[in-house]
Every structure is written in structure tokens, then in C-alpha cells.
Design a protein around this ligand. Structure first.
Ligand code: PHB
Length: 559
């Protein structure tokens, strides 16, 4: 792989062909990311200095792409945006190849292990195998930290050019408190002098180069200690660093090094062997062709900024087996004219999202700055909420999401219809799985042994005259739910209450949650209740699409 040209500094003049709307759209996404994923539209206007009408058009374009939601007077990033970070991560293959080794090391040491890549004068996380205990901070994939406050930092700085050192000193001068790094607490105490600051990182870099590892002794927050080793590719370049992270209640930086280094070194050897694997063959990509963009333009008119949508689509051309693409391949994958793809690529290169090497373009870690970290903090419940709200509004009945919790189901999200229900089903409520529609699809989704064990341990009680309590009858109902892909429970939990549920499956096909619509029995006949299935299935599919995008590399917690 040829050396990748360094991204130009942010204030370098834009090339003449730069696409203005793409630049402005990316600025909006960055502001939302740094704000944690959500910002008022008027704040966006203030922060960007753009006209309100321009911000509105950018927002409606991003909304059409599924990258953002406009909620009242605020804009919120949407999970689909993570497809851009996923494109970078699958192109560089680091989480796929090295992640399992990081996870194994975390298990062996019972400490957190992370992978980070150099990103300008920062480090950016590309994988986290987390065991957090006493630490108040937990970093996510996509978070960027100032290089001088991390364990991997000195390893990367040891290979810096004069220009890179100059850029770092410049940043320290203009941002002494690390305000440009929203993931870390601002520096406190007296500002360090430029010279001692410089000498400190120079010394740590020299020491790291000499001994082959580096430490972070509470540089980010009191208590947090880490040690890091570089992972090198076949030609000896550092592609990332692997860190073991602990707390002073368990280890000093020195004792962490002493206990963790031997296994860390073994892990790095295994990781470096993985990097020698041949790159997978070029795979086809880009499911959002230029045709989609033309159609959106026809439907939305001025509210759809086509050059922004096309420019962002260019980023989705990268992926597994597509780490370095010539212009022709980008144009082909996206269905864009060569000239359009070229202008977008030059704009993205100027802004640091792609790098150019020889005749190819490659995605940079900065692609993770487009929403990845805040969106990876969303729980399944938060991911589902807007979809449940849309369903409840469409069918005028309450929509809920629940997970299995032992013999019960537990509500993790719920959007109530205005109608008053007899049962008080707030988030957190537990109900017996056997007598509920969501419980039945969740039990039906278990592997046969687990399903049988759950049925055996449950002690079904007749909650109404209609509750099915016989083990054989329940087993038959679960078979039926598995076959049909839904469960309808009619007045078995409570008189007058009827509900219908479908499963929500993760990337591996496991039913991790269920979504239902519940109603008073007088409101719909059983046939009318079944007629809700298409809407219910569409909702489950929308939740699944978001969950699969969010869960490609990040772990999505239920709540
Ligand atoms: C982390 O993975 O959270 C981490 C890694 C290196 C550091 C600090 C934190 O120096």
C-alpha cells in the first residue's frame, strides 16, 4: 500500500472545484456530532453562520438520506449515519481482523482493551472491548482524544514529521484546554508552558520508540491508567495501537505494564499475523445509486440539495475489499458521472475525509467524526422510540418494545396512544412472558433447549378465564408463533386486553426484542387486530435496519 498523503490543514484554501453544499452539510454533521448528536436548528444557524433557509435545506436533505431527524425545532443524528463510519471500519478491516484478539486479551486480563489509530494530532478509537469499573469515562468507537494525553500517543508521535509537530504545537497554542476534543474533560489547572509541553511529548515519544510501548498515567482523568503497544503491518508501519486500560484502584501505570506486557506482546504478534492476510476481493457496494438522488430531487425540489446527497454517497463507495478506489470505481459504485464523483472526492480530500495516494482514494479515520460516537451510545430502546411513535400515530393504539428478562418480559420503550388503558405499562414494567404477545414471540425465538427450559421453569397461572396454562398447549402456541412470525394474545393477561407482537432480530437473526400493538378488545375484532401485521412488521424492519447499522461494530445495549 503506498503512503497516504497527509490531509491538508483545515485553513488551506479550498480547491476551485470544491462543492460548497457538501462542505456545509459536513459542517452541520460535525457540529451535531460534537454536541452529542442533537442541536436546535437555531443553534445550528448561529454556529455555522449560514442562513436559516440553508440550514433547513441541509436538514431536509440529510433527513431524506436517513442521516438526521428533525424533531420540532431540533435536529438529531439518526442511526443510518453510522453507515459512513462502518464504511471506513470495514475498509480498514481493523475491528474485523484484530477485534477478536482484543476481546480475548480483555478476557485474559479482565481489563478494558481498545484499538486506536492515529488521526492528525489525536488518536481515534476503532474498537473497544470494555470492562469498565471505577472509571467515570468510557470511550466509544469514533471518539478522538488529544494525542499527548493518551498511551498510544507517544508511539504515533515518534514517527511524526516536522510538519506534524508544528501542527500539534499550533493546536496546543490555540486550544490549551482541549475544547476541540468533546470526549475528554477539559484540562484544568495552570496552563503549561509551550516549551515544557513540547519537551514532555518529545521525551515520551523518544522513550516509547526506545522501549516499544508507552503509558498514560492519569493524563485523561484521575485514576485512569493505560499502556499501549503498536501494531505494525508487513512493511513495518504502525497501523494502530492496542491499549490495556485500568484504574489506580487495581494498578499503577508501572504495575499494569508489569502484569499486562507479556500477554499484550503475544496479542500484538497474533494481530500482526492477521494483518498479513490477503485483502478480500473487491465486492460490489453502494445501494443508494444516483437514481435515488434524482428521484428525491423531483419529489422535494429545493428542499433536496442534490450535490450534498451525492457527495455523501461517495463515502459509501468504500467498504470491505474497497479500501482504495480509483475515481472510476467510485463513479461506478455510486452511479455518479465521473466529473461529479471527482469534485466530491476533491472536496472530501480537502476536508480530510479521504486521502489520495497515487491514483486512488482511501477513507480516513475522520469519517468516524460523522456521528459515529454519539450514535453508538444509543440503546435499542432509543433506536426504537421514533419508529414506535410513528406506528402508534399510524394505528392510533399504543406501541411497545420489550425484552426477555428471565420468565418475564420487560418493557424497554413504549409510546402510548392517547386512549386510557386499564393496565399501567410504563417502561420497566415486567409481565409474565407466557401470557403476553411479546413474551410468546421472544420465547418462540429461543433455541429449542432454552425454550423448553423456560416453559418448564414458568409456573403459568390463570390470570383470566382465557389464560393458556397447560405446558403442552403453550408449547404448541410457541411453535405456531415461530412458524407465523407473530403472536396474538387475546384477553389472557387481562380481561379486555388484546395485543399482537412480532420479533426484532439482531444481525445474527436472534430475536432480541419484540414490538407490539396493544388495544382494548372492543376496539378491533381479531381479524382487524391481525390486519395490523403489515404495519407492525414494517416497524420491526425499520428498527432492525437501524439496529444492524448501529451494531455492525458498536455494541447496542437494550437500555
Ligand atoms: C481507552 O481505551 O479508554 C483508553 C486508551 C488509552 C488511553 C486512555 C483510554 O490512554
Amino acid at each position: 500500500m503506498p503512503a497516504i498523503a497527509h490531509a491538508p490543514s483545515a485553513d488551506a484554501a479550498a480547491p476551485a472545484e470544491a462543492v460548497g453544499p457538501l462542505t456545509r452539510g459536513l459542517a452541520v454533521l460535525r457540529l451535531l456530532t460534537d454536541a452529542g448528536g442533537r442541536l436546535g436548528l437555531s443553534e445550528l444557524v448561529r454556529e455555522t453562520g449560514l442562513a436559516r433557509s440553508t440550514v433547513d435545506r441541509i436538514a431536509s436533505t440529510l433527513e431524506r438520506m436517513g442521516y438526521l431527524r428533525v424533531e420540532g425545532s431540533a435536529a438529531a443524528l439518526a442511526p443510518r449515519l453510522m453507515e459512513l463510519g462502518n464504511a471506513y471500519l470495514s475498509a480498514v478491516r481493523l475491528p474485523d481482523l484484530l477485534g477478536p484478539h482484543a476481546t480475548r486479551l480483555a478476557d485474559l486480563l479482565d481489563e478494558s482493551v481498545s484499538l486506536a489509530v492515529p488521526d492528525g494530532d489525536g488518536i481515534r478509537f476503532v474498537h473497544q472491548a470494555t470492562r469498565r469499573r471505577a472509571l467515570s469515562l468510557s470511550f466509544r468507537i469514533g471518539d478522538r482524544l488529544p494525542i499527548e494525553r493518551t498511551a498510544p500517543g507517544p508511539l504515533f508521535a515518534a514517527e511524526w514529521t516536522e510538519a506534524a509537530w508544528a501542527a500539534w504545537r499550533e493546536r496546543r497554542a490555540v486550544d490549551p484546554e482541549d475544547r476541540g476534543f468533546p470526549a475528554v474533560p477539559p484540562r484544568s489547572g495552570a496552563p503549561v508552558s509551550d516549551l515544557s509541553d513540547l519537551a514532555d511529548l518529545v521525551d515520551r515519544a523518544a522513550e516509547a520508540a526506545q522501549r516499544g510501548w508507552a503509558a498514560d498515567d492519569q493524563l485523561i482523568e484521575p485514576g485512569l491508567v493505560a499502556i499501549a503497544l503498536p501494531v505494525r503491518d508487513l512493511v513495518g508501519r504502525q497501523v494502530c495501537a492496542v491499549s490495556v486500560v485500568s484504574h489506580t484502584s487495581r494498578h499503577s501505570a508501572a504495575s499494569l505494564a508489569e502484569t499486562a506486557l507479556p500477554r499484550l506482546r503475544e496479542t500484538v504478534a497474533l494481530m500482526e499475523a492477521e494483518l498479513g492476510r490477503p485483502t478480500p476481493p473487491l465486492t460490489p457496494s453502494a445501494e443508494r445509486p444516483a437514481e435515488w438522488s434524482r428521484q428525491s430531487k423531483q419529489e422535494l425540489g429545493a428542499e433536496f440539495v442534490e450535490s450534498l446527497a451525492r457527495g455523501l454517497t461517495v463515502l459509501t463507495a468504500f467498504g470491505e475489499g474497497r479500501a482504495e478506489l480509483p475515481l472510476t470505481a467510485v463513479a461506478e459504485a455510486t452511479g455518479l458521472p465521473r466529473a461529479t464523483a471527482r469534485r466530491a472526492l476533491l472536496t472530501l480530500q480537502h476536508l480530510g475525509y479521504v486521502a489520495a495516494a497515487e491514483r486512488c482514494f482511501a477513507p480516513t479515520p475522520q469519517m468516524l467524526a460523522l456521528g459515529f460516537a454519539p450514535l453508538s451510545r444509543l440503546s435499542l430502546a432509543q433506536i426504537a422510540e421514533p419508529h414506535l411513535a410513528a406506528l402508534a400515530a399510524r394505528v392510533h393504539d399504543s406501541a411497545s418494545l420489550a425484552v426477555l428478562a428471565g420468565d418475564d418480559i420487560q418493557y424497554i420503550a413504549r409510546v402510548a396512544a392517547t386512549r386510557v388503558m386499564s393496565v399501567d405499562l410504563r417502561v420497566g414494567t415486567r409481565l409474565p412472558a407466557y401470557a403476553t404477545s411479546m413474551g410468546r414471540v421472544l420465547l418462540a425465538g429461543l433455541p429449542p433447549e432454552q425454550r423448553a427450559a423456560r416453559l418448564a421453569s414458568a409456573d403459568p397461572q390463570p390470570l383470566t378465564r382465557r389464560t393458556v396454562t397447560s405446558a403442552a398447549a403453550l408449547a404448541a402456541l410457541l411453535d405456531q408463533a415461530a412458524d407465523e412470525g407473530h403472536a396474538l394474545v387475546d384477553e389472557e393477561l387481562e380481561d379486555g386486553l388484546r395485543a399482537i407482537a412480532v420479533p426484532v432480530r439482531d444481525r445474527d437473526g436472534r430475536a432480541v426484542a419484540a414490538v407490539n400493538v396493544s388495544m382494548h378488545a372492543a376496539r378491533r375484532s381479531l381479524a382487524d387486530c391481525r390486519a395490523l401485521l403489515p404495519a407492525l412488521r414494517a416497524t420491526a424492519a425499520a428498527v432492525e435496519t437501524d439496529l444492524h447499522t448501529a451494531g455492525r461494530y458498536a455494541r447496542v445495549e437494550p437500555v
